[in-house]
Design a protein around this ligand. Sequence first.
Ligand SMILES: [Zn+2]
Length: 449
Amino acid sequence: MKSRVGGVAGVAPRQWGSAVPALIVCLITALAGAGLGAGEPIGGRTAILCARLIDGVRDTAIEDAAVLIEGERIVAVGGREIVPEDARVIDLGDVTLLPGLIDAHSHPLLDSDDYQYRHLSRSSAYKALRALKAVRNTLAAGWTSIRIAGDADVHYAHLDLRRAIDEGLWSGPRIAGAGHYISNTGGGGDINFLSPEQDFQADGLVVDGADAMRKAVREEIKYGSDWIKLLVTGAFMSAADNPRDVHFSREELDVAIEEANRRGVPVMAHAHAAEGIKMAIRAGVRSIEHGTFIDDEGIRLAVEHGVYLVPTLYIGDYFIEKGSDGEWQEKSVELSKKYRDLHFEGVRKAIEAGVKVVVGVDLGGLAYPAEKNAREFAALVEAGMTPMQAIQAGTRVNAELLGWEDRVGTVEVGKLADLVAVPGDPLADIGLLQRVDFVMLGGAVIESP
Ligand SMILES: [Zn+2]
């Protein structure tokens, strides 16, 4: 697997330089006032004190903990005794400190209500600007890494966005992901609501046949995709297709995965239908997205092949609560209601069986508040995880899915200092993860109370 880790660590606008104010209160105020413009690690050694630390590895929290940071990395973790005399101290008080949250399924270009429709009226550049705002909101809500599951642009606006963040022009989360969702004619990435006389280019890549698939995968990698996203079955949000149907032939699937894997690029498969899930696992994908109709055999295969399941449970409730405000959403709301129980039951069985179930939100655009992303943790608890399991699913296990486990996902010596804090104890109330008020990215304070 390719192992690039994006993000701004160590590269950023210089406005804060090295003249750090002596008083930590001033520092915090200044950085918080700068909002997301600041991206420079604090100079020297900094100790963060917290009432509780969830490190992403241990099954219990560490009380009265300290994390020592130098530059962009964590250099010590433990009790207050690890704090050297010359370290700057950020005492966060009665908070729980956690690894930066990781969303394994994000769509920053996509407003939840414009699927396949509004992209026709928005240029790639305009979408990149909107997505810049969206990912900065996402970072401010505690999500320091995201994996994009293809996005709504004929071009590659979000990969340009990633480039701008990596070059230090803006701070933003570390980004991995696919350029587009690849589907077939009439599939979830095609535009299915127009009459046959109309000829528009879909925002997804539409391919038919093995040769077209091979070319599509090569093109995605050429323009910077470090994941390939395949819509193996029908979808919930697109017109005129059925999530119970398998769309790609075995040949198309095999070609896509063989081509991607030969280049060291992993594949994520959008798959609702039980048969599509099993086909995708057997063909060699790294993760199954949604998995709505996963059956016992699919669960067994996922365990056997070490495939991750990204169930994206909360987005269904988001649509149900919001209701339909246009004909494009009616299908999502209807199907989300119809299949909610079945989906949760399948995920519950998968968790019990030991499938690597992780946090993926399936939202990420500007249309809704980014703190709602954390509702996915509560959904996983409803599906049978303990709060600690859910937190690990959105930190350490997601880092493993991304292949970034050597750098992010836990609070351990040597890791990048991606840290977030919430007031109180999320093990007692998982909903507190919606209230992240301290965010550090690679040693730089991004948000502070
Ligand atoms: Zn998605």
